[in-house]
Design a protein around this ligand. Structure first.
Ligand SMILES: Nc1ncnc2c1ncn2[C@@H]1O[C@H](COP(=O)(O)OP(=O)(O)OP(=O)(O)O)[C@@H](O)[C@H]1O
Length: 215
């Protein structure tokens, strides 16, 4: 499997945010987007996920023969700045909603809601309303969403925001486990995620971004 972006450009309002962005990730690979506030990391993630219109270029998910498998939005998890959970529903109700909504994509394994809670270090509190939880606990359960429905591509925007040191390590281990099973990861971050052999794409805003942006 390959996740490929070719010559992408995106606009927010009247402004061209970046252009000429290309990358190609194979099963098991990770690409980390870095760069200052406003440099376009979230915009690029949302364009790849199909949540924002692209000005130019293409995004594809293909097999080794170049055949398009599915649209990227259908085979990816997108974890944005916001957790996309309802405060008044319990954690279990939120995760159950997401599992039904996302369905399952062939080719991988999933875990139960209780197992996902345990995997993010929060077993036993899934009956609490999501809104009762601390910011770090909420982020952990937002991440649990990635474990209950299989998607080969994980698109993560500041995944470790609000986490303590043990949460950082936990998320890194979960991401690495996903990669070992052939998953692909695209993540924006301001702090090192500690991902083995990850490539880096430094976003520099429109004036500097071009085909030679690989660090
Ligand atoms: N809805 C919007 N309408 C217009 N401009 C926007 C909108 N959202 C973002 N922008 C602009 O797009 C540019 C890139 O924003 P983006 O959120 O992609 O940056 P970022 O690198 O993810 O920043 P941060 O590190 O702060 O999260 C910024 O200049 C921002 O002001």
């Amino acid at each position: 499997m390959y996740l490929e972006a070719a010559n992408l450009a995106a606009r927010r309002g009247e402004e061209l945010i970046f252009e000429g962005v290309s990358f190609r990730l194979e099963s098991g690979e990770a690409l980390v987007l870095t760069g200052k506030n406003g440099s376009g990391k979230s915009t690029l993630l949302r364009v790849v996920a199909g949540l924002l219109h692209r000005e130019r270029g293409s995004v594809s998910f293909t097999d080794s023969h170049g055949n398009t498998l599915r649209r990227v939005g259908e085979i990816s998890h997108y974890l944005g700045h916001r957790n996309a959970m309802k405060s008044e529903l319990t954690v279990a109700e939120n995760l159950d909603f997401w599992r039904c909504f996302l369905g399952d994509t062939q080719g991988g394994s999933t875990v139960s809601i209780d197992e996902a809670a345990e995997a993010v270090g929060l077993a036993g509190i899934t009956q609490l309303p999501f809104g009762y939880l601390s910011a770090g606990q909420q982020r952990r359960f937002a991440f649990a969403k990635l474990l209950i429905a299989y998607r080969p591509v994980w698109i993560l925007d500041e995944p470790t925001a609000a986490l303590d040191a043990s949460g950082d390590r936990l998320f890194a281990e979960l991401i690495e486990a996903h990669r070992r099973k052939g998953g692909i990861v695209l993540a924006a971050t301001h702090q090192p995620l500690g991902l083995e052999g990850a490539q880096e794409l430094r976003m520099a805003g429109f004036s500097h971004t071009g085909p030679g942006v690989w660090a």
